[in-house]
Design a protein around this ligand. Structure first.
Ligand SMILES: [Zn+2]
Length: 253
C-alpha cells in the first residue's frame, strides 16, 4: 500500500517536473518569437497599401529612336541605351538589373506591398519616358530604377544613387533624395561597397518624366573585375535585393 502510494507520488513528481520544464522553455522562447512576429507585423504595416515601382534598367536590344529628355524638351536622347557589360563575365547589365529586380519584387510582395514592374523579361522594348509614365499612371509611392555602372578605368568601384534634379523635377526632388539616401545607406551597410554618395541628375529621361518620387541605384561597376564577379553570383544578388528592400522599409519608417 505504502509502496503504491510512493510510486503514485513519484509519477506525480515526474509529471510536475515535465510541466515545469515545458513552462520554463516556453518562457525562454516566448520573447524571441514574439519579437520576430512583431517585426514582421511592423514590416507589413509599413508597406500596406504602398505601390512600389521597380524599373530594372535597359533591355535586350537598345532602342536608338530619339525621345525628348523631358516633357516639351527639345533635347533628345536614345529611348533606351544598351547599358554596360561585365569586363570578365561579358554579362549585359540588363540581365543583372532584372535578376536583382525580380528578387526585390518577391521580397516586397511577400511583405504586403503592391509592386509594378516596367519589365519582367529581357525581350521588351519600353522607352525610358514610357517607363516613367507607367509609374505615374500606377500612382507609385516610390520608384526604384535598378542599374549597374561602367567606367573606362577598371579600378573604379563603388555604389552611387542618382536622384532627380532640375526644372522638370522640382516637385519630386525632396522626397526622391530622402528615399535615395535611405536606400543607399542600407545598400552600403549590407554589401560593404564603397559609398559614392548621391548624385543629382537633370539629364535622365526616366527622372524628368516622373511625377512620383524616384531614385536610381548604381549597384556597382561591371567594368571592375571583382564587382563583376560578385554581381554575377546568386548569393550577392540576394544580398543586393535584401539591402534594397531594407532601404525601402527605412524610407517608409
Ligand atoms: Zn544602366
Amino acid at each position: 500500500m505504502v509502496k503504491k502510494r510512493i510510486k503514485r507520488y513519484d509519477n506525480y513528481m515526474k509529471k510536475f517536473a515535465l510541466i515545469m520544464a515545458t513552462l520554463m522553455l516556453c518562457a525562454l522562447c516566448a520573447p524571441a518569437s514574439f519579437g520576430a512576429t512583431s517585426a514582421k507585423a511592423e514590416t507589413y504595416k509599413r508597406l500596406a497599401g504602398k505601390i512600389i515601382g521597380l524599373d530594372p534598367g535597359h533591355q535586350i536590344k537598345a532602342n536608338r529612336t530619339k525621345e525628348p529628355v523631358g516633357p516639351g524638351s527639345k533635347t533628345m536622347k536614345n529611348s533606351v541605351s544598351s547599358g554596360t557589360r561585365g569586363v570578365i563575365s561579358r554579362t549585359w547589365e540588363h540581365e543583372i538589373n532584372l535578376a536583382v529586380g525580380l528578387k526585390l519584387r518577391d521580397l516586397l510582395e511577400e511583405a504586403g506591398a503592391t509592386v509594378v514592374m516596367t519589365r519582367e523579361t529581357a525581350d521588351v522594348d519600353v522607352p525610358n519616358s514610357e517607363r516613367a509614365k507607367m509609374m505615374n499612371e500606377a500612382g507609385a509611392d516610390l520608384v526604384l530604377r535598378i542599374h549597374c555602372n561602367g567606367n573606362s578605368k577598371e579600378r573604379v568601384h563603388g555604389t552611387s544613387m542618382l536622384v532627380p534634379s532640375g526644372k522638370y523635377c522640382t516637385a519630386i526632388e525632396k522626397e526622391s533624395a530622402k528615399a535615395g539616401t535611405a536606400i543607399l545607406a542600407a545598400f552600403i551597410e549590407a554589401t560593404g561597397s564603397k559609398d559614392e554618395g548621391l548624385r543629382k541628375r537633370s539629364d535622365q529621361t526616366g527622372f524628368n518624366w516622373s511625377t512620383v518620387p524616384v531614385c536610381n541605384i548604381e549597384m556597382g561597376y561591371m567594368t571592375n573585375e571583382a564587382t563583376d564577379k560578385l554581381l554575377n553570383t546568386e548569393e550577392y544578388q540576394n544580398i543586393c535585393a535584401k539591402a534594397l528592400f531594407g532601404g525601402i522599409l527605412d524610407y517608409f519608417k
